[in-house]
Design a protein around this ligand. Structure first.
Ligand code: GLN
Length: 197
């Protein structure tokens, strides 16, 4: 499996490790490539959109011609995992003119909603597709405030969705790459495959 991490800005190495772990659980190996320019996304089977700063990421992916390639990837039904700022960039509405979102995920987001209350926090969050709660790390996290009809909410905190699935796109307001637990990468990239024991 070839996994591309959008690496214009944000945390890259941690996502690379998590996708390798998720693949290993399925007896597969993942080749991870960092994407800073156009021309690489079309070769990728899955994509990761990391956290960081959504205004910067959205500006750079458009300037480099990567945005259109990400849109084509999603349109062909190939998986994307978007985390934190990545979620904001993939949303239909970021409610902020400085972000030009890709509209791959039918949600509207409030960019720093959790961050305004508390800059960062951690919580054990039950996730509908996982047997045990996920230890979620939130850093200046966005809140998802509206979800479209086709969007499945996988997890919520204080009644607000923090993990969602919209077709090929799984997105989290938290940072699943910051723990050793690769189950979120697993449910994004291996949605229908059994874990090899
Ligand atoms: N709230 C930040 C933004 O708007 C995202 C924070 C993060 O990715 N940890 O870009």
């Amino acid at each position: 499996m070839k996994a591309g991490v959008i690496a214009v800005q944000g945390d890259v190495a941690e996502h690379a490790a998590a996708v390798r772990n998720a693949a290993a659980a399925h007896d597969e190996s993942a080749e991870v490539v960092e994407i800073r320019e156009a021309g690489i996304v079309p070769d990728c089977d899955v994509l990761l959109m990391p956290g960081g700063e959504s205004t910067t990421i959205s500006r750079l992916i458009r300037r480099e011609g990567i945005a259109a390639e990400i849109e084509a990837h999603a349109a062909s039904g190939k998986p994307i995992l978007a985390t934190c700022a990545g979620l904001i960039v993939c949303a239909t509405d970021a409610k902020d003119d400085r972000v030009e979102p890709l509209g791959l995920l039918d949600v509207s987001v409030d960019r720093n909603a959790f961050g305004r209350q508390k800059d960062s926090f951690e919580a054990k969050v039950p996730v509908s597709e996982l047997d045990d709660p996920f230890h979620a790390v939130f850093i200046r996290a966005p809140a998802i405030d509206e979800v479209g009809d086709g969007v499945e909410t996988l997890a919520s905190v204080d009644g607000r969705p923090v993990a969602v699935r919209d077709g090929p796109v799984v997105a989290t307001a938290f940072h699943p790459e910051l723990t050793d637990d690769s189950r979120i990468h697993d449910l994004a990239f291996f949605p229908e495959r059994e874990v090899v024991a």
